[in-house]
Write a protein that binds this ligand. Structure first.
Ligand code: SAH
Ligand code: SF4
Ligand code: F3S
Length: 493
């Protein structure tokens, strides 16, 4: 089950084909005969949804089956997001609803997980709402102990952030899976300090996961019938793993030349080598870190999808400086030129944009619009600036763009994106596309849907095709959000 949490996200949903950054997910009913039931609801980014799969795996070991019905639950977890104020407000509303259930059934245990747990720590216990457990994103191995503590009636808290934890050895329980596509976390945390962003505070220092465990997870998924993996990290291009990971800092850099250090371009090649029938995607790429090496590796392997999520945030260099993004408008444009040169015009490119950051002028906002025109994004996630306590921007700058202006600028960005998405989709009409079928179309039982390499959803009549198959489809029509077509033939490998 997937839903939308904010009004603006609804506008956004209309302009985009895939909204995986701002939804919520609820655990499914599962009965493997275990004695207790866990209900888990997740908000925020894909990494958070991935974490919920790790949490479910740990709780399964502890004797919990999942349920989709809070009334049946012994433990309720809410895996939370702090990225914008609205995200936190949604969680608070849900906590009120959970508390209404708990008032009838006091033995029900309620745990807050994830970024809001990390940001607010014991404050969540002190507020009037009844929360039994507060568990930060690096403390999930401690869950069995924390649940036991809560069962004795004590409050249980662990919000320690780790420099090492990657949950590499935990095999996630796939929640809400279509059986075809899955997400794999390849790193945790973030060492960038974008001034608007709360993530470095809620997720801690950046660390990369052992590539062998990543390849093993991808292989296991492939063997179970999955045909696409998306490698996840806040900044995948800075993925770097060294066999001497126990060496720290300078020592590690000095040793880097002489050891088998694995960087992101190596990692995607390693996963691509598993099988040509396994597609590879990744998110998120940081414009300052995406190298030609990565682009050449993408061009070399047919099964690494031609799609890059490359958030710009703004098209104006002064604003980018204030945001501490460490690149300029020109740098960003050069990276886009490199994508078009090395991978091609058809490579899908998407962005995140923030309207109305501190001190942004009308001219500077227009630079965002002209950058969008330059890149011709296939789609974007678009937000207005929401000040987050504790961030560099909250400390250093005044949030001085009035809400009305932020909203108007955001709407201009959304309108332009809708136009660009339509134009980009129109280029695809009349062409043949290789599609991986993911499942039934959301709107019609007689249609299936899948994605092309550039991450565009293609809807076509079902005939006798099945999820997990690759087909060639001819695109005959489109909207700003979807390509419409018909299957031509199955792809034989
Ligand atoms: N690691 C990713 C982004 C993670 S957060 C990256 O570097 O691109 C997802 C998006 O939320 C960001 O790209 C940004 O556009 C948006 N965002 C983050 N903090 C925000 C804030 N304070 N107000 C509005 N949007 C924000
Ligand atoms: Fe936040 Fe910047 Fe890190 Fe992305 S790269 S998570 S925007 S600090
Ligand atoms: Fe939200 Fe945390 Fe992800 S703040 S966007 S859930 S990393």
């Amino acid at each position: 089950m997937k839903g939308l949490i904010a009004d603006l996200d609804i506008i956004k949903e209309e302009t985009q084909n895939a909204d995986e950054s701002c939804g919520f997910e609820v655990s499914k009913e599962e009965n493997t005969g275990k004695s207790r039931k866990l209900y888990i609801e997740s908000y925020g980014c894909q990494m958070n949804f991935s974490d919920s799969e790790v949490v479910t795996s740990i709780m399964k070991e502890e004797g919990f089956d999942t349920t989709a019905d809070i009334e049946k639950a012994d433990v309720v977890f809410i895996n939370t997001c702090s990225i914008r104020e609205k995200a936190e407000q949604t969680v608070r509303n849900r906590l009120n609803a959970f508390n209404a259930v708990k008032s009838k059934r006091p033995e029900l245990l309620i745990g807050v997980l994830g970024c809001m747990a990390e940001r607010l720590k014991t404050q969540l216990l002190e507020e009037e709402k009844v929360v039994d457990m507060v568990i930060g994103p690096d403390a999930y191995r401690d869950l069995p102990q924390l649940v036991s503590t809560a069962e004795t009636g004590q409050k249980a808290v662990n919000t320690f952030l780790s420099r090492e934890e990657t949950y590499a050895d935990i095999s996630p329980v796939r929640l809400n899976s279509n059986g075809v596509t899955a997400f794999i976390s390849i790193m945790r945390g973030c060492d960038n300090m974008c001034s608007f962003c709360v993530v470095p505070f809620t997720r801690g220092r950046e660390r990369s996961r052992d590539p062998h465990s990543i390849v093993a997870e991808a292989k296991a998924l492939f063997e179970k019938g999955y045909r696409e993996v998306t490698l996840l990290g806040q900044n995948v291009d800075s993925y770097k793993w060294s066999p001497n990971a126990e060496l720290k800092g300078k020592q590690q850099i000095e040793r880097a030349g002489e050891t088998n250090v694995v960087v992101f371009s190596d990692l995607i090649a390693m996963v691509a080598e598993i099988d040509p029938r396994l597609r590879i995607r990744f998110s998120t790429s940081h414009p300052k870190d995406i190298t030609d090496e990565v682009l050449h590796t993408m061009a070399k392997y047919n099964n690494i999808c031609n799609y890059i999520h490359l958030p710009a945030q703004s098209g104006n260099t002064r604003v980018l400086d204030l945001m501490n993004r460490t690149y300029s408008r020109e740098w960003y444009m050069e990276r886009v030129d490199a994508i078009r040169r090395i991978i091609g015009e058809d490579c899908g490119i998407s962005s995140d944009m923030i309207a109305g950051f501190c001190t942004e002028t009308e001219e500077e906002h227009k630079d965002t619009l002209t950058l969008m025109e330059y890149v011709k994004y296939d789609f974007s996630y678009m937000f207005f600036y929401s000040e987050r306590p504790g961030t560099l921007a909250a400390k250093k700058y005044v949030d001085d763009v009035p809400l009305e202006i932020k909203k108007r600028r955001l709407n201009e960005i959304i309108d332009l994106q809708r136009k660009l998405s339509l134009e980009r989709n129109q280029r695809d009409v009349g062409k043949l596309h290789e599609i991986l079928i993911e499942g039934e179309s959301k709107k019609s039982k007689d249609h299936l849907q899948g994605r092309n390499s550039a991450n565009k959803v293609v809807v076509f009549p079902r005939e006798n095709y099945q999820p997990g198959q690759y087909i060639i489809a001819k695109v005959t029509d489109c909207t700003a959000a979807t390509l419409i077509g018909e299957a031509v033939e199955e792809v034989k490998f």
